[in-house]
Design a protein around this ligand. Structure first.
Ligand code: NFC
Length: 554
């Protein structure tokens, strides 16, 4: 008889997320439902306010992709008012974005998702000398893997293990689960990088603050451009950015890249991470301008995993619906006319699998009705995956030289075929490859900025708002978790309507009126769970999207 398994909360993510799966006697997931259990309401707060203040408010949608909403909201207002920002401002915005992307992806792999791949307890039995030598298999210049360094890492974690509370930040995980594939030595290498990445986080945050004033939630964008004029004209500040950038790029290339190559080698035979995705439609938007008409990311739509065709995005075809979301107005709406009127209908009583595997009575998702605070975005009525993998696939299929190089080098080094990218491993690798694309190429923006400042020091465009006119505009692009768009209507000088269509909304949204599932839910169906009391396979898939539910619900 089938059973319902609940994972709630899914930890090591931003926000509140619950997954419920129906599992058959064979341990295979027959159906899946994903719910966000907390509402925000930023779109409602925006109404009636001065559009120039909106970006600072919208930035508060998230404390992780802290710059994404600030930037896209500023761009939406600029688009509505017909403002073209100076070239210097474009380049500075890219340099801030480079810091954000590298920060998010490093934190994601090591601190949020890494423990799905790395068995920390197994690392304690590693031979440091063997591990130190092994690190050279994955990088010519390994980081943090000298024999003594690895010894210290082991000692540090062994101290945790002696605590009465157990393993501290590593407690309560499914250590020893049969789907972990690294050897003890590989686990130790990755564990050392986990600790090193804590330092890296701090350095990248400082990098963002050089042009942003502070981090999280930088302050240096204004409608029309940027305000960090004294920083970009100060060689010491520019030099500081460069040095920090190089430290981060080195980590991306010699720790993060190396660890994902190692993961590909060991996990390419693990069925739960190689299971083909449920949704094979991808969408990404041009972003990361490094020079005039020179972008690291391309725009496009891929349907059914067919890389031979990339379609242009038709923005009129983007909708959000609320058939299974806790809002009124169920029917699909274009974001310019979107509404956000809460309508909470709660959970139902039922029988589910308890923590010890025995059946218990509990609250369950009512999948026949509404069950999530996340809406269901659709493109031409179809669910789409957005995110770094979508961005890399679109760039690859469009023949973007820099993307093609990064992807082909990885496929050659790992021996993994391109088809294997349509999996959890592919999604996790896609995020790293996007970080590498940035680490290897975003300094073009830095050099162009220095050159341009010699002849042009404009950083902000002037503009006026005519209170007798109506305006509408949108800011679109790719942010660390995928395609993000903000849509604004302005009337009488204030915000008439505001909607954000967010990456984690695309990926985590519930079923639509036709019963079609979004990427999270569709990906769980068909997954084999080895032990219902330790559903790490579910967590690994969900984590690979880097869920941000604060963003998704907003
Ligand atoms: Ni929060 Fe997000 C913004 C999402 O749009 N999803 O990438 C960004 O958070 O991480």
């Amino acid at each position: 008889m089938s059973k319902r398994v609940i994972v709630d909360p899914i930890t090591r993510i931003e926000g509140h997320l619950r997954a419920e799966v129906i599992v058959g006697d064979d341990g295979v997931v027959q159906d899946a439902f994903v719910s966000s259990t907390l509402w925000r309401g930023l779109e409602v707060i925006a109404k009636g306010r001065d559009p120039r203040n909106i970006p600072l408010m919208m930035q508060r949608i998230c404390g992780v992709c802290t710059y994404s909403h600030y930037l896209k909201s500023t761009m939406a207002v600029e688009d509505a008012l017909g403002i073209k920002i100076p070239y210097n401002a474009e380049l500075v915005r890219t340099l801030m974005n480079a810091a954000l992307f590298m920060h998010d992806h490093v934190v994601h792999f090591y601190h949020l998702h890494g423990v799905d791949w790395v068995d920390i307890v197994s690392a304690l039995s590693a031979d440091e000398e063997k591990a130190s030598k092994l690190a050279f298999k994955y990088s010519d210049n390994p980081i943090g893997t000298g024999e003594n360094e690895l010894k210290k890492v082991k000692e540090k974690i062994a101290k945790f293990a002696k605590n009465p509370q157990g393993l501290g930040p590593f407690a309560n995980a499914y250590w020893g689960h049969k789907t972990f594939r690294f050897t003890p030595e590989q686990n130790l290498i990755a564990l050392s990088h986990y600790l090193k990445a804590l330092e890296i986080q701090r350095i990248i945050a400082q990098m963002m603050a050089i042009f942003g004033g502070k981090n999280p939630h930088p302050q240096s964008l204004a409608v029309g451009g940027v305000t960090c004029v004294m920083d970009i004209l100060n060689p010491a500040r520019m030099g500081e950015y460069l040095v920090k950038y190089q430290t981060i790029a080195d980590f991306v290339n010699n720790a993060y890249y190396a660890d994902i190559v190692m993961a590909a080698e060991m996990y390419k035979t693990e069925p739960s991470v190689m299971k083909p995705m449920g949704v094979k439609n991808f969408m990404a938007h041009q972003d990361m301008m490094v020079g005039r008409n020179d972008y690291l990311f391309e725009s496009g739509v891929i349907m059914n995993g067919d890389l031979s065709k990339v379609f242009e995005i038709d923005e009129d075809m983007i909708t959000e619906e609320a058939t299974h979301s806790w809002y009124k107005d169920d029917a699909p709406q274009h974001p310019y006319d979107g509404t956000t009127n809460p309508n909470y209908t709660g959970f139902v009583d039922g029988d589910t699998v308890g923590p010890d595997g025995k059946m218990i009575s509990s609250k369950m998702i009512n999948e026949k009705e509404k069950y999530s605070w996340i809406k269901s975005p659709r493109y031409k009525g179809e669910p789409m995956e957005v995110g770094p993998l979508a961005c890399m696939l679109v760039g690859y299929a469009k023949g973007n030289k820099k993307t093609v190089k990064v992807v082909n080098d990885f496929l050659a080094k790992t021996g993994v075929p391109a088809a294997a990218l349509f999996s959890t491993l592919g999604r996790t690798a896609g995020r790293m490859l996007q970080a590498k694309l940035i680490a290897d190429n975003a300094l073009v923006a830095f050099n162009n900025l220095i050159e341009n400042l010699k002849v042009d020091q404009e950083t902000c465009a002037t503009y006026t708002i005519d209170k007798n006119r109506e305006y509408k505009g949108r800011g679109m692009g790719d942010v660390p978790r995928g395609m993000l768009s903000h849509w604004i209507r302005i009337k009488n000088g204030v915000v008439e309507n505001y909607q954000a269509v967010v990456p984690s909304t695309w990926n985590a949204g519930p079923m639509d009126s036709k019963g079609a599932k979004g990427p999270y839910e569709a990906d769980l169906i068909g997954l084999k769970i080895e032990d219902l009391t330790q559903p790490i396979e579910i967590i690994r898939i969900i984590h690979s999207y880097d869920p941000c539910i604060a963003c998704a619900v907003h």
